[in-house]
Design a binder for this molecule. Structure first.
Ligand SMILES: [Zn+2]
Length: 178
C-alpha cells in the first residue's frame, strides 16, 4: 500500500509492458482518499510523452522508485511498528500530500488503512487529542501540533518523506498531495 503525490501517476503497469500489444491489466486497486480534480492520459500517450522528454522520463522513473520504496517501507512498518506510531505516520503523510493540516477521514477508513479495529483508532485518536496533538470530530481531523505528531510517528515517515522530496523535481513537501 502506498499513497500518491499530487503529481502522481496511478497506473503502474505500463513501464513493464514491453510489448505494445500486451494486455495491460492493473493488479492493484486505487482509492481516492481526498476529493479533488485530476487529469487522465492513456498509457500509450503517456509512454510516448516520456520517450520524447528526458525530463519527464526521468521524473517518471524517480517517481516509480519512490512509490516502490514507500510500498516496501509500509510493508515493514505494518509488520513491526505499533498502531499509534503508524497512525501518526499516516496522518502526516496524508497532510503532506494534500497540503493541509485538515483531513476528512473516518475512523473506519483509518482502521482499514492501518489494519486495526475501529475501536483501536478511536482510542489512539482520543489519546492524541488529549495530548493536544490533534482535534478529531465526526470524520474531521485537524493537526494542532505537527512537531509532536512527528515525534510520535515511527521513523518510516522521515524515510519516505526524504525520498519523496528528491523524487519529483521542483516539488516541495508543502505542495505534495495524494
Ligand atoms: Zn513505521
Amino acid at each position: 500500500m502506498a499513497t500518491l503525490l499530487r503529481q502522481a501517476r496511478l497506473d503502474m503497469t505500463a513501464p513493464w509492458a514491453c510489448n505494445a500489444a500486451a494486455a495491460r491489466v492493473s493488479l492493484t486497486r486505487a482509492i481516492v482518499q481526498i476529493a479533488g480534480s485530476f487529469s487522465v492520459i492513456s498509457a500509450p500517450r503517456f509512454e510516448l510523452a516520456t520517450k520524447h522528454s528526458a525530463a519527464l522520463g526521468g521524473a517518471n522513473f524517480s517517481y516509480i522508485e519512490t512509490l516502490w520504496t514507500e510500498a516496501q517501507q509500509n510493508a515493514a512498518c505494518n509488520a513491526i511498528h505499533d498502531g499509534s506510531s503508524r497512525l501518526c505516520r499516516w496522518l502526516l503523510q496524508c497532510a503532506d500530500r494534500i497540503g493541509s493540516e485538515h483531513l476528512l477521514v473516518t475512523q473506519e477508513f483509518l482502521a482499514e488503512m492501518l489494519g486495526v479495529r475501529r475501536t483501536t483508532v478511536t482510542l489512539l485518536a482520543q489519546e492524541l487529542q488529549k495530548r493536544g496533538i490533534l482535534r478529531y470530530s465526526r470524520g474531521r481531523i485537524t493537526i494542532l501540533d505537527r512537531a509532536a505528531l512527528e515525534a510520535c510517528a515511527c521513523e518510516c515517515y522521515n524515510v519516505v518523506r526524504n525520498i519523496s522530496l528528491g523524487a519529483v523535481p521542483g516539488v516541495s513537501r508543502q505542495s505534495q498531495i495524494i
